[in-house]
Design a binder for this molecule. Structure first.
Ligand code: NAD
Length: 369
């Protein structure tokens, strides 16, 4: 049997800096755990534009559709701000998401004990927090037609967007949430606005259909999305998996992410339909951008990118124990006080560099054997 395949797209700014550390960790799993991957590296974003005149070459897109998982660093930067919209770095990422049909966006909000002080909420509310937001990513109001800005024939204008969901679109993302819940604490909370939106009523009915017909063993609850926002900051630990639409998910996942403190710590996964081998199409990436303000200075925190690889181990390669090993390694490094500059507090030791953070995670992995 051939090794599982990974396409690495480091991208722009700090993307290559943080991805270098992930590459060392991938090598570690190959050498020390016998978990070998066939790894290819290619360009995306501004880096691809510089070479090909487009933010994602067709050959790269084709490879992304063939491999078992894609790992992306970050795209964008001031150098590309004046480019035409059609070739902006972000378009490369959007093309990947669209052509891979990645409809399920997983954003974990996990608060490592060592970082609980970084949250804007009280420590006891967030310490030990571990929730997962599943956001529908390819439909809803960001894509629905009709859309646009028109004259309203009364001397003003009207802006229109359409919230639209089909049975299939709701059922497939609901399945993704129930599957996740089975690997976690077996609870799904579905959020919509069924009190005021027909698309919300359909959402609720279809989630219930999937639950009753396919996942009756998982605990399902429903919440209006506005209440969900309140509950996330009031008592976030009541949740396990939250599933919601594109618009509400955009807002709720950012809200939940900040419960945990730093952008440098947040991983994400975007999953599509399972292939014949059972592996979903998958793109893993840190939530942060290319951080031009610190690029090239060795200050970037590689943890978000490293934790994105941990998600790949768990969700693409069914290596939950190895994923936990890697997450625990990051956690133990932070607990020992080794921190990059973004995680510094008064009285801390000097910050470590991106590479030193990678060294520390590798040492913690060695210690885990
Ligand atoms: P950003 O996430 O790049 O940076 C926001 C702030 O967080 C900056 O101060 C940065 O230094 C800090 N930061 C981010 N990641 C960090 C890390 N790993 N370690 C330490 N500090 C970190 O967001 P921005 O400044 O709004 O955007 C910069 C560029 O990135 C823009 O071109 C934007 O379009 C792009 N962007 C790309 C993505 C993506 O690739 N998915 C996401 C967001 C923004």
């Amino acid at each position: 049997m051939s090794n599982p395949s990974l396409l690495i797209l480091p991208g722009d700014g700090i993307g290559p800096e943080v991805m270098d550390q992930v590459t060392r960790i991938i090598d570690w799993f190959g050498e020390k755990r016998g978990l070998k991957f066939d790894v290819e590296t290619d360009l995306v974003g501004g880096a691809a534009y510089d070479k090909h005149g487009v933010p994602l070459a067709d050959e790269t897109m084709a490879r992304a559709l063939e491999v078992d998982a894609v790992l992306l660093g970050a795209v964008g930067g001031p150098k590309y701000d004046d480019l035409d919209f059609s070739v902006k770095p972000e378009r490369g990422l959007l093309r990947l998401r669209k052509e891979m049909d990645l409809y399920s966006n997983l954003r974990p909000a996990q608060c490592f004990d060592a970082l609980a002080d970084f949250s804007s909420l009280k420590k006891d509310i967030v310490a030990g927090l571990d929730i997962m937001i599943v956001r529908e990513l390819t439909s809803g109001v960001y894509f629905g037609e009709p859309r646009g800005i028109q004259d309203d024939n009364e001397g003003g204008r009207v802006g229109v967007n359409t919230q639209r969901y089909t049975t299939n679109e709701i059922r497939r993302v609901a399945r993704s949430a129930f599957e996740l819940a089975k690997r976690r604490n077996n609870k799904v909370c579905s959020m919509e606005k069924a009190n005021v939106m027909e698309s919300g009523i359909l959402w609720r009915e279809e989630v219930i259909w999937v639950h009753e017909n396919e996942y009756p063993e998982v605990e399902l609850s429903h919440m209006y999305a506005d209440n969900g926002a309140m509950q996330l900051v009031r008592a976030p630990k009541q949740f396990d998996v939250i599933v919601t639409d594109n618009l509400f998910g955009d807002i709720l996942s950012d809200c939940a992410a900040m419960l945990t403190g730093s952008l440098g710590m947040l991983p994400s996964a975007s999953l599509g339909a399972p292939a014949a081998n059972g592996r979903p199409k998958a793109l893993y990436e840190p939530v942060h951008g290319s951080a031009p303000d610190i690029t090239g200075q060795g200050k970037a925190n590689p943890s978000a990118c490293i934790l994105s690889f941990a998600m790949a181990l768990r969700y693409s390669f069914d290596q939950g124990e190895e994923a936990t090993r890697l997450e625990n390694a990051v956690q133990s490094v932070l607990a020992s006080g080794v921190r990059t500059a973004d995680l510094m507090q008064a009285g801390d030791k000097d910050p470590v560099s991106t590479t030193e953070m990678g060294d520390a995670v590798l040492a913690a992995l060695d210690a885990s054997l």
